[in-house]
Design a protein around this ligand. Structure first.
Ligand code: NAD
Length: 410
């Protein structure tokens, strides 16, 4: 009999997770408290740009139920929590959505006695999973591994390719409360991932691994960007030649190693900030690496701002087009994007500008706020604009002066 897996939270990551699990033969019960989310799924709509979601919704509909009703998930054996864990002021992630769900779940003690497996997929601070275990044990008479299992299984996916990344991971991270819990999760992944890609470990090791991975990538991005600022001081130094050559060394590798935009979006900055905070919390003196990454990223924002403003002034450009608002191509998310920073800079400096974004999502408040600046493709011509800022190096073919932020040559 196929496993019944409840996926809790059908947002950017959760819906894709649910659909991939359904594709791999599991029976999936999707649950989300948001009516908008469930209605959208019914109407075969998804707020975020994600290839294959609608196609999968149709293709695997016999393996995927979804509902706003908590009762609909009670028949599940496994509960995969893909709930929001937003960053707080101190940069640690909050677990309040997870606790809110656990509080609901533990109301059904009898049902919990059937030995369920709680899998945390949300990004959490190291130490959180043990706190969840202690919380459930304290609030009920249930015992970990006797009455329930708990695992930490975050996904390493990029927005815009969540389904593809989920089904073809470089690594599957599984932190578990016991070997049996570990085996239970490995069984699911073995249907599409080879053994050596699976990394089983303790809960705390997995929690540290998850935020370290993104933190290391931001360090790498910042290193490449730092080299750009270094090369800028020398007439014949080319930062792209330098990073291209360095990337050929296997120990470094070419991925995420080209000078360009500062790192941004809903995941990279916050995982690095969380690791920075965590090191502070445990009083270790190795904080400077994460701290330097954050400072270096801020410097890169200032570096690009200054360079762009100087270029606009020098060439007396009067009508600017920001080509791309999202934090990277093929997503509609503008959260913490460099373009958003550019918008604020232009507003402050009274630069006349408009924005073109291919993947607009008016359910996102940022787009609503910037509506008067957003233009359609039809309006892009040399009459309306004298400078196009190609934020994502998409190389659009308009006869307008351009600057490409991934190939600076000005
Ligand atoms: N999006 C990513 O690229 C990404 C990548 C890696 C990790 N993560 C992590 O995954 C987690 C989820 O991220 P996301 O981007 O999918 O978030 P999201 O905000 O897009 O989706 C979360 C969903 O949970 C629902 N929800 C909230 N409370 C609920 C409850 N009590 N019961 C049921 N549903 C509830 C919301 O309505 C929403 O639809 C976060 O911890 C995030 O850090 C996300």
């Amino acid at each position: 009999m196929s496993k019944k897996i409840a996926v809790i939270g059908l947002g950017k990551l959760g819906l894709c997770t649910a659909l991939c699990l359904a594709k791999k033969g599991n029976y999936v019960l999707g649950y989300d408290t948001s009516k908008h989310v469930i209605e959208s799924i019914k109407k075969r709509k998804f707020d975020n740009y994600e290839p294959d979601v609608i196609n999968y919704l149709n293709k695997y509909k016999k393996k995927f139920e979804y509902s706003n009703s908590f009762n609909s998930i009670l028949k599940a054996d496994m509960f995969m929590l893909v709930l929001p864990t937003p960053s707080q002021k101190n940069k640690a992630f909050t677990n309040k959505y997870i606790y809110s769900f656990l509080n609901q779940l533990i109301k059904y003690r009898e049902f919990l006695n059937k030995k369920i497996h709680i899998v945390i997929t949300s990004t959490v601070m190291p130490g959180s999973c043990n706190e969840f275990i202690n919380y459930i044990e304290k609030k009920t008479n249930l015992k970990i591994n006797q009455n329930f299992y708990l695992s930490y299984n975050p996904e390493f996916i990029a927005l815009g390719s969540v389904i593809k990344d989920f089904l073809n991971p470089d690594m599957v991270l599984i932190g578990s409360s016991s070997k049996d819990a570990e085996k239970d999760l490995i069984k699911i992944y073995k249907k599409f991932v080879i053994n050596k890609k699976i990394s089983p470990m303790s809960l705390i090791s997995a929690e540290i691994t998850k935020i370290s991975l993104n933190s290391f990538v931001t360090l790498k991005i910042s290193f490449a960007n730092t080299l750009q600022r270094l090369c800028e001081k020398f007439k014949y130094a080319n930062p792209y030649d330098v990073t291209n050559a360095l990337g050929k060394d296997k120990r470094i590798s070419k991925y995420y190693f080209r000078p360009g935009l500062p790192f941004a979006g809903p995941c990279f900055p916050r995982d690095n900030e969380a690791l920075n905070y965590f090191q502070d919390l445990i009083g270790k003196k190795n904080k400077f690496i994460t701290d330097a990454t954050i400072q270096s990223n801020k410097e890169h924002v200032n570096f690009l701002n200054k360079k762009i403003m100087n270029y606009i002034k020098k060439n007396k450009f009067k009508k600017i087009l920001i080509y791309g608002l999202s934090f990277k191509p093929n997503t509609s998310l503008p959260e913490r994007s460099y373009s958003l920073n550019l918008v604020n800079l232009f507003l402050k400096k009274k630069v006349n500008f408009k924005i073109f974004e291919k993947n607009i999502n008016y359910n996102n408040g940022i787009y609503k706020k910037l509506k008067k600046f957003l233009i359609t493709k039809k309006k892009i011509n040399s009459k309306n604009f004298d400078l196009l800022i190609d934020v994502h190096s998409l190389k659009p073919k308009y006869k307008i002066s351009k600057i490409d932020l991934w190939n600076l040559n000005f």
